[in-house]
Structure formats: C-alpha cells, structure tokens
Design a protein around this ligand. Structure first.
Ligand code: GDP
Length: 139
C-alpha cells in the first residue's frame, strides 16, 4: 500500500550554491508538508551506509566522497502519492535529461552533483527517513 511520505536530501552542491531556500520553496509550492528537517553533514562512513544499495555500481566511491564533502539538508515530506510525485518534481537523475521546471533542471550541475535526493519507493522512504530522524523529530 502506498504511504504518503517520502524522504529527500538537498545535496552538498546545492547547499554550497545557496539553493536551500529555493529548493524548499519549490517543495512547499508543490504541496509537500515538511514533517522533519535537519541541517547536518554525513561522515564518509554514514554516506557509505546510506548508499549501500549502490555498492556494486562503478560510481559508488565517487558518490560517497561527494555526499560527505559538505553539509546537506535532510527532510521527510508528506503529500498524497508522495514518492512518485516527488520524483516527478525533482526530474531525471541526469539534469540534462530532466524536464523543464524540475528541481534538477533548475539547480543541478551534473549527474553526480544533482542537487537533491528523492526516495524511489515507499519502503526506501521509510528506511531513509529512519536513518536520519527519531520519532521525536517528526511533526
Ligand atoms: P536517483 O534515484 O535519481 O538519485 O538516481 P540513482 O539511484 O540511479 O543514483 C543515486 C545517485 O548516484 C544519483 O542521484 C547521483 O548523485 C549518483 N549517480 C548516478 N549516476 C551516476 C554516475 O553515472 N556517476 C556519478 N558520479 N554519480 C552518479
């Protein structure tokens, strides 16, 4: 059964470029409610664990280095059909292939530094939200 929550991160490239406010505004304007929010930095070890599902992919090392290179903003978001609607809002992994008006089209630099993360399933949204937030940090 589909749940109404997803998980996102504003990635280090977008934080460094001062896009936090612009991205959060797009998220709110698209009808998502912020359930939990945290400004933090992943250690290499934590980034490696978060992206463990991509361990066998050739870019895993590069991804872990990039994601632990600077602060990120983590959030749990709520809306009907949250996972699918958020994937639509962020656009394709490669910003050159992302639709006009999507977050990655507007804010992403490259396929590696692509501004935002969005969960790809309800199951992963749950796992990823639990990675960052306790029950007391959700509203
Ligand atoms: P997503 O679900 O759209 O984020 O895409 P994936 O699950 O396929 O990949 C996870 C993340 O790995 C992406 O968001 C990128 O940050 C990174 N990534 C994907 N493909 C590549 C690639 O070819 N090279 C590098 N360096 N990073 C990649």
């Amino acid at each position: 059964m589909a749940t109404n929550r997803t998980f996102t991160m504003i990635k280090p490239d977008a934080v460094e470029n001062n896009y936090i406010g612009g991205i959060l505004k797009m998220i709110n304007d698209a009808g998502f409610r912020i359930v939990a929010l945290k400004y933090t930095k992943l250690s290499t070890e934590a980034a490696g664990k978060f992206y463990e599902v991509h361990k066998e992919r050739p870019f895993y090392g590069e991804l872990v280095t990039y994601m632990s290179n600077g602060p990120i903003v983590a959030a749990i978001l709520e809306k009907d059909n949250a996972v699918a609607d958020f994937r639509t809002l962020i656009g394709a992994t490669d910003p050159t292939k992302a639709d006009e008006g999507t977050i990655r089209k507007i804010y992403a630099k490259s396929i590696a530094a692509n501004a935002v993360h969005g969960s790809d399933s309800d199951e992963n949204a749950q796992i990823e939200g639990d990675f960052f937030f306790s029950k007391l940090e959700r509203f």
